[in-house]
Design a protein around this ligand. Structure first.
Ligand SMILES: Nc1ncnc2c1ncn2[C@@H]1O[C@H](COP(=O)(O)OP(=O)(O)O)[C@@H](O)[C@H]1O
Ligand code: SF4
Ligand SMILES: [Mg+2]
Length: 330
């Protein structure tokens, strides 16, 4: 594995047995995250983003596939190794109020992980470490004695970020961290996260359904649909010119900062995950679908440098319907 890769995900699957069948929440997902890189994971609700994030930190067990973190197998780690790995991988949740214990002071919430991992000689030292980290998210030491209820949503998320960073992790999985916040507060929290990413050399998997947010924070984007990767590419290139019809419709549906009105529009509902379409799962909503899509192989192809797509009709980014060997109906 290359030295500059921190995370490698290879052939990952997660199936949930449910009443009436099996939900394949994550299907044959493979990608890597470089050190210091932020990968945005996007897709509509139900596309498998949270499941993938939880698999990465091994909060749930994969059905099959491999996850490697800094050269070490996450999927194969035993309890002791996993404990050491967990210190280096942290999660930021969408709802900080649900993820912060409302009966604990901020001091207790922030110092508990230090205590658990044997960091700091005594309570005074741990309090000092907590105060230092609080300063990085814009709070003074006086908030240590307060409880979560006395903070606004944005302030709570800053505390959630602070808690995730207490152990100075290498990797942060942020699952919709600003989705519950007002737009003005979103920008503030994203700025703090961006500054800390640089200062602490963080690697991030940033999960969001909001393309405007991903554009602000991500270097590269992985697009999921019904548990499968549709497209992977650098963020600006993807916004300029999608390499998959699903991405194109997501970009078109997103509020645009340049006010360009784009032609494509996302129609119809996400299919029932218990009975997804054969071949390309997007074919029931795709304006470019042809009969070959019903039996298409969904492995990713590189159609331009660093641009990967599962669409069999993508000949080049933005060019759908010209793939060689595919019959195009008149
Ligand atoms: N514990 C679970 N049991 C059964 N199905 C689940 C479970 N967790 C997630 N799912 C299903 O897996 C799919 C992906 O869910 P999720 O990862 O939460 O998507 P997202 O975060 O993109 O909205 C959905 O169809 C969801 O209903
Ligand atoms: S494979 Fe076919 S259905 Fe799927 S995105 Fe490409 S054109 Fe559309
Ligand atoms: Mg989710």
């Amino acid at each position: 594995m290359s030295r500059d890769l921190l995370v490698e995900i290879d052939g990952l699957n997660k199936h949930f047995p449910v009443r009436g069948g099996t939900v394949k929440a994550v299907q044959d997902v493979s990608f890597a995250i470089h050190r210091g890189e932020t990968v945005g994971l996007v897709g509509e609700s139900g596309s498998g983003k949270s499941t993938l994030g939880r698999l990465l930190l091994r909060l749930i067990e994969p059905t099959s596939g491999e996850i490697t973190f800094d050269g070490q197998s996450v999927s194969g780690a035993r309890a002791r190794e996993l404990r050491a790995l967990r210190r280096r991988m942290q999660m930021i949740f969408q709802d900080p109020y649900a993820s912060l214990n409302r009966y604990f002071t901020i001091e207790r919430t922030l110092t508990e992980p230090l205590h658990l991992h044997g960091i700091g000689r005594n309570a005074d030292e741990r309090r000092r470490i907590a105060a230092e980290m609080l300063e990085k998210v814009g709070f003074g030491p006086e908030v240590l004695q307060r409880y979560p209820a006395s903070f606004s949503g944005g302030q709570r998320q800053r505390i959630g970020i602070c808690r995730a960073l207490m152990l100075r992790p290498d990797l942060v999985v942020a699952d919709e961290p600003v989705s519950a916040l007002d737009v003005s507060v979103q920008a503030q929290v994203l700025n703090i996260l961006g500054d800390l990413r640089a200062e602490m050399n963080l690697t991030m998997l940033f999960i969001t359904h909001d393309l405007a947010v991903v554009r602000q924070i991500a270097h590269r984007v992985v697009v999921l649909y019904l548990g499968r990767v549709m497209e992977i590419g650098p963020v600006e290139a993807m916004f300029d010119c999608a390499a998959h019809p699903y991405t194109e419709t997501l970009v078109a549906a997103a509020p645009s900062i340049d006010h360009v009105i784009r032609p494509a529009e996302l129609v119809g509902e996400i299919p029932n995950p218990l009975s997804p379409p054969s071949g390309c799962p997007f074919r029931t909503r795709c304006a470019h679908a042809v009969s070959a899509c019903a039996s298409a192989d969904m492995s990713l192809r590189e159609i331009a440098p660093n641009r990967f797509t599962s669409c069999i009709r993508a000949a080049a980014p933005g060019a759908f319907g010209q793939a060689p060997g595919v019959q195009v109906p008149a």
